[in-house]
Design a protein around this ligand. Structure first.
Ligand code: ATP
Ligand code: MG
Length: 242
């Protein structure tokens, strides 16, 4: 016996290159924030993460504040993921919260949602997006309370969770609300840049923080392909620099 702590169990994300950056996946039970500008693949990331779980016999919950259920299932179908079948088999639960139904949505998140999650016995949860969740409250303390209640419910369920958030267009390194980072155990940033010649957009991913695990510090290119997100696993660098 070495006496050292056993490594924290890991949950494979369904994105091979990212798992390499994380030395196996997300630490189990974490709430991970995936933040990026529109079109960087946040919804795709969430679906891919859940469907990777379904493929392993796990149950997933997708809490959607942005897209309707048929739209989401259509996206999954386009990527070749059998989300419709999973919904039928109750290994995938898609919950649509309409941000316009403010009062009911807040009550549900702060109230019965924890119980609902426990009943579904989900191992993976996605909330897309917490940015829209903030539209439910018009004051800062209300927003904070709802976000903390949701993160608490997800953690209490024992599942591993992905929150997506819109990046602040003026400071694309942080979420628009500037709050989600503090609630999350991990933060992944999806960004893009236009190379000097300017004829295409390059997507790149980095891990800003991930509690209780060693992780790559390098910025890795990624692509949204016909079968989902692929992260370039070349030249992944774990050094902290300096
Ligand atoms: N089947 C597909 N094949 C290839 N690329 C796709 C496919 N479907 C979507 N994409 C790419 O993914 C992008 C959108 O991904 P997604 O909807 O996950 O982004 P998002 O970050 O959630 O955007 P938003 O902030 O608008 O919700 C599209 O703009 C397109 O470039
Ligand atoms: Mg989206």
């Amino acid at each position: 016996m070495s006496g050292s702590e056993p490594p924290h169990p890991k949950v494979p994300t369904g994105i091979a290159g990212l798992d390499q950056m994380l030395r196996g996946g997300f630490p189990a039970g974490h709430v991970v924030l995936v933040t990026g500008l529109p079109g960087t693949g946040k919804t795709c990331f969430g679906l891919q993460f859940l469907m990777a779980g379904v493929a392993r016999g796990e149950t997933g919950v997708f809490l959607s504040l942005e897209e309707d259920v048929p739209q989401l299932l259509e996206s999954a179908r386009q990527f070749g993921w059998p989300a419709d079948v999973a919904v039928e088999r109750k290994t995938l639960h898609v919950i649509r919260l309409d941000p316009r139904e403010t009062k009911q949505s807040i009550q549900r998140i702060r109230g019965e949602f924890a119980g609902e999650l426990a009943k579904m016995k989900a191992q993976r949860i996605v909330v897309d997006s917490v940015s829209l969740l903030h539209m439910l409250s018009d004051d800062e303390s209300g927003r904070r309370e709802t976000l903390f209640a949701l993160a608490g419910a997800c953690r209490a369920s024992g599942a591993t969770t992905v929150f997506t958030a819109e990046a602040d267009p003026r400071h694309p390194g942080v979420s628009r609300d500037g709050l989600s980072e503090y609630v999350a155990d991990g933060v992944i940033l999806l960004g893009y840049s236009t190379p000097a010649e300017g004829r295409r957009i390059d997507l790149s991913l980095r891990i800003l923080k991930m509690r209780r695990t060693d992780h790559a510090r390098s910025i890795q290119p990624y692509w949204i392909r016909a079968d989902g997100i692929e992260v370039d696993a070349q030249a992944i660098d774990f050094s902290r620099g300096g």
